[in-house]
Design a protein around this ligand. Structure first.
Ligand code: GLN
Ligand code: ZN
Length: 755
């Protein structure tokens, strides 16, 4: 009897081996054979982990040297025209991903609502699609050689097209008829590999609100694909939300199984009746594939039993909710993590064990468990129990305070407070500023590292940071900027820095998750009630302020961004957790203003990416996101000016929400999109002040005075000068001083002619 299924496994390597191999190869320091060697080693190791945990449905082709969507583009021959001159396979692949000297890379965007970025396919009328099965075949045979019979993971055709961009088609689905035959051929070729092969088609696009046209294409696709070969068993999986509309369609095709996410798609339970009628196999995603807390195994089994009241156990397979790509590898290397906190966490490898035990318990009952499973189950029960009562997690004062909050409006409306602010700050028209960080030099990183590793004393560290701040302030004075910043030299990361000073956050040493290509992030672990034992930024900011007569901006990370970039506790709803963070930040703002700081910026870089997949969930998200921002900032007195910064420029859908946040000034990224996207501010009659980035900090290029002048002129066509601020479009931490200095000087120079 089939028991368990893993949607996909992370591939970057538990010590980020793939990252290192790729980067060394890209830097010309090693050969491609080295990359292939590492890839083989990792695939085998990852299969071994799954085998050790008695996983029955293990994937191949979940591995990738860069990205699975990109792999799929290669498989069907969707090679954009500008790359077709490249003959060498690996050169073609990495050029599509990263660009090369003469050809710009394909673009990259977030995979649904995760922080994983895929390479966006480009579809054009000029394409002639053609099957390239090499990678799939190689990996299948590799797995067989290793000693397993894997399922083959492929991005489903509708998701592939829906998440691509049309170059010259009016509608990207015009490519559907041309791509479908390639998928059919692919299945035919796969059927030659073995007597019977299981294919997992990922169709997570259907976790969104989809159109009836997309649903009919889904039907058409899987009618056709399931007719190709009797020896192929097709499973279509969705994740991150419910997909009840798609399930209604899929039950009427000849596919073999349907995979549903029951962790993030509670409504999927509504599909059970449809599945029963169709007698399809249900792949029940119950082990959370994108968060890191231990599963409550007994609860999971109880839930599965409920399903089993309707669906025959023989037709159920227990699964992860999505690919484990979105969680770190293993707890094995965590030496510093508090032992109690560690017991509440499961990374990918630990999740395999949870999946195994959950399935065994569900199918065979507790009596049939072997000693090892039994041990794991009782450790699991203990962890679940202590999570509900641990003093590390639960802080009654915080809980009470959150219940009490109601001060969510500023004292005065914007129109009145801005007058007071103008008087206190007395800034020129078109005031200039920056977004916060200045270059993070190797010396600076070394200084922080030395302090962290206790190689230097606190005194030496602080001296180093102060020297940096001194230089930063001196440069900004010399350059003639109006509102200064301290440069953020003490921060490694805008979330980690504050998280480390707050109660309720923990940090792993090795909890890396792939963000794109070789790039990984290490999200904080938000495990408990959040509180602020002491001020976090006041000393640095007041020191910086003491060095200048111009206003110094306090610089904080907003509650929504802290939340969205962390692994968030699952024992309490996010809207409560975010309020706790909001209160901690409110205290910090209050301390800053009491210390004489007149402007505080609360960065919400990740505000937009937290939007839910389903439209019906958006109002609730917007409500708590706006409220938590306001809880943080409403402590500001009328004369304290609140800025916020967001790292994007398309505000069309969320402009009302932005307005509701009620920040006095918002700085945004518009230098690359010109003033087109800015028009929405005019259209809705946005009254507050705006700093649309006037140059792109993501490139090392130094913008000329004329260029910036042109950009400012464009801005003035859309917005009145009284409303405008002049600034770069994001923080400068990734740039070098010799790029930053001339750029900012040119910016200040450019503004002069408009005053
Ligand atoms: N203040 C931060 C900085 O300048 C903002 C970064 C961001 O929004 N990504 O680095
Ligand atoms: Zn930014």
């Amino acid at each position: 009897m089939a028991k368990n299924w893993v949607i996909g496994f992370p591939r970057i390597g538990e010590q980020r081996e793939l990252k290192k191999a790729l980067e060394s190869y890209w830097a010309g320091k090693s050969s491609f054979e080295e990359v292939e060697k590492t890839a083989k080693l990792l695939k085998n190791r990852h299969w071994q982990y799954q085998k050790d945990n008695e996983i029955e449905f293990i994937s191949c082709n979940d591995f990738s040297l860069y990205d699975n969507m990109l792999d799929m583009s290669i498989v069907i021959g969707a090679i954009p025209k500008r790359f077709r001159y490249i003959e060498d396979e690996k050169e073609l692949y990495f050029s599509m991903a990263r660009g090369n000297k003469s050809t710009t890379a394909m673009s990259m965007t977030k995979w649904l609502n995760t922080n994983y970025h895929y390479i966006v396919p480009e579809l054009s009328k000029e394409d002639s699609y053609k099957l390239n099965i090499k990678k799939i075949k190689d990996e299948y045979l590799e797995a067989k050689e290793f000693g397993i019979k894997p399922k083959i993971n492929l991005v489903g055709i509708v998701t592939y097209i829906a998440l691509s961009k049309a170059i010259d088609f009016e509608d990207k689905f015009q490519a559907f008829d041309r791509i479908l035959p390639v998928y059919e051929e692919l299945i035919k070729e796969i059927s030659k590999l073995d007597e019977e092969v299981v294919i997992q088609f990922d169709e997570p696009y259907f976790a969104k609100d989809v159109s009836s046209k997309e649903l009919s294409l889904l039907k058409l696709a899987y009618d056709r694909l399931s007719a190709v070969s009797k020896s192929i068993k097709i499973a279509v999986v969705t994740y991150f939300e419910h997909s009840v509309e798609a399930t209604k369609v899929l039950v009427n095709t000849d596919i073999w199984a349907i995979g549903l996410d029951f962790v993030y798609g509670e409504k999927n339970i509504q599909s059970i009746d449809d599945i029963v009628k169709s007698s399809k196999v249900l792949i029940a995603g119950v082990i959370d594939g994108r968060n890191i807390w231990v599963s409550d195994i007994e609860k999971k089994v109880a839930f599965l039993n409920e399903i089993a009241n309707k669906i025959d156990k023989k037709s159920i397979i227990v699964s992860t909710s999505c690919s484990l790509l979105h969680v770190p590898f293993t707890l094995k290397y965590e030496q510093k993590l508090d032992i109690e906190i560690k017991s509440w966490i499961a990374f990918a490898v630990e999740k395999l064990a949870e999946l195994k035990v959950t399935a065994n318990l569900f199918f065979d009952g507790e009596k049939a468990l072997n000693p090892q499973d039994r041990e794991l189950l009782s450790a699991n029960k203990r962890a679940i129990h202590f999570r509900t009562i641990s003093k590390k997690i639960h802080n009654e004062d915080v809980k009470k305070r959150v219940k009490r909050v109601d001060f969510i409006d500023r004292e005065l409306p914007f129109e009145e407070r801005i007058k007071i602010q103008k008087e206190t700050l007395s800034l020129p028209v078109l005031p200039t500023t920056t977004i916060g960080s200045f270059p993070q030099t190797p010396e600076l990183r070394k200084l922080r590292r030395d302090f962290k590793n206790k190689n230097i004393s606190k005194g030496e560290y602080e001296k180093g940071i102060k020297e940096y701040i001194d230089e930063c302030v001196a440069f900004q004075e010399e350059c003639g900027l109006d509102v200064l910043v301290h440069g953020e030299p003490e921060r490694n990361d805008m979330v980690e820095y504050f998280g480390e000073m707050l109660e309720g956050f923990a940090f792993s040493q090795n909890g890396w998750v792939q963000s794109y290509g070789s790039r990984c992030v290490k999200p904080p672990l938000l495990f408990g009630d959040v509180s602020r034992p002491r001020a976090m930024s006041v000393d640095w900011i007041t020191y910086a302020q003491s060095k200048t007569k111009k206003p110094m901006k306090g610089m904080l990370t907003g509650p929504v961004t802290m939340l969205n970039w962390s692994f968030v506790r699952d024992d309490q709803s996010r809207d409560i957790t975010v309020r706790q963070i909001a209160l901690a930040i409110a205290d910090e703002i209050d301390d800053l203003q009491k210390a004489g700081i007149k402007i505080v910026q609360v960065d919400e870089a990740a505000f937009k990416e937290g939007y839910p997949l389903r439209k019906s969930d958006i109002p609730f998200y917007e409500k708590w996101a706006v409220e938590s921002f306001k809880i943080s900032t409403s402590v500001a007195k009328s004369e304290t000016q609140i800025h916020t910064h967001m790292c994007y420029s398309d505000f069309n859908d969320i402009i009302d929400t932005i307005e509701a946040m009620d920040a006095d000034v918002i700085t945004i990224e518009t230098s690359r999109s010109g003033n087109r996207l800015l028009k929405v501010f005019k259209r809705v009659g946005y009254k507050k002040e705006i700093g649309p980035g006037v140059y792109d900090i993501h490139s090392p290029r130094i913008p000329s005075v004329d260029e910036i002048k042109a950009q400012i002129s464009k801005l003035l066509e859309v917005l009145p000068r009284e409303q405008l601020w002049i600034n770069p479009d994001c923080g400068l931490k990734t740039r070098k001083w010799d790029e930053v200095k001339p750029s900012l000087k040119n910016m200040v120079e450019a503004v002069k002619s408009f005053r």
